[in-house]
Design a binder for this molecule. Sequence first.
Ligand code: OGA
Ligand code: NI
Length: 266
Amino acid sequence: MKVVEEMVMAARGFHELPQEVKAKYYTRDVMKKVKYGSNFDLYKSKYANWRDTLFCVMGPEPLDPQELPPIWRSDETMEYSRQLQVLGKHLFQLLSEALGLKHDHLEGMDCAKGHLILSHYYPACPEPELTMGTTRHSDPDFLTILIQDQIGGLQVLNQNEWIDVPPVPGALVVNIGDLLQLISNDKFKSVEHRVLANHRGPRVSVACFLTPHLYPTTRVYGPIKELLSQNNPPVYRETSLQDFVAHYNNKGLDGKSALAYFKLLQ
Ligand code: OGA
Ligand code: NI
């Protein structure tokens, strides 16, 4: 519980620093491991979202702590990052078994290798009906583990209906990402979700994307062979992580699934 509260405080602390201090971390360079900005898809999307984000690639290659903003470099944040990596491993073991595979199958595909931490800050919005905190999307990773503070606004899509995900102190929200849907050949579905803009704020959330982002690997990801049969042919073609992420970023949060582009014609 404590480490969760400390992460929210560290995220809030960074975003409430003076603009000049935060500006040092502002970049749109996709190869940077530490980035601060607003709307990664600002020049592609129709609407700007009411949100700023600090994006940090925490692994698999160790990040030089000097690259991180000092307020984000504490023992607590490093401990959270370590603990999430362990939790991620456990979850991938359970998910492997749920697919009827050996418990280390997903880890063997490097799903648990590394993670990014995105700390989001949604300022109070004077006209929340005109925009979104985060537009409808599913995540470009295998699995997401999210902390949200007490403000609320997160919703998931269930049978064409938006359902509130009410904040529960100390609770983590776990979402399947697009890459897990792709390799499980649609057995697991990535959940579509969004965040409403709100008169009340700021709202702080910390998302951990489990995926070996920016890891220089030549591995390609397609539906897991052991899951395929004549009755269950592959739904998706293979892709490298780099191509998947490039497509996702290039498309931006336009409300459509990034997976459609990787679907095989049936
Ligand atoms: C995300 C996300 C939700 C939130 O980072 O992909 O959906 O509550 N975040 O900020
Ligand atoms: Ni998301």
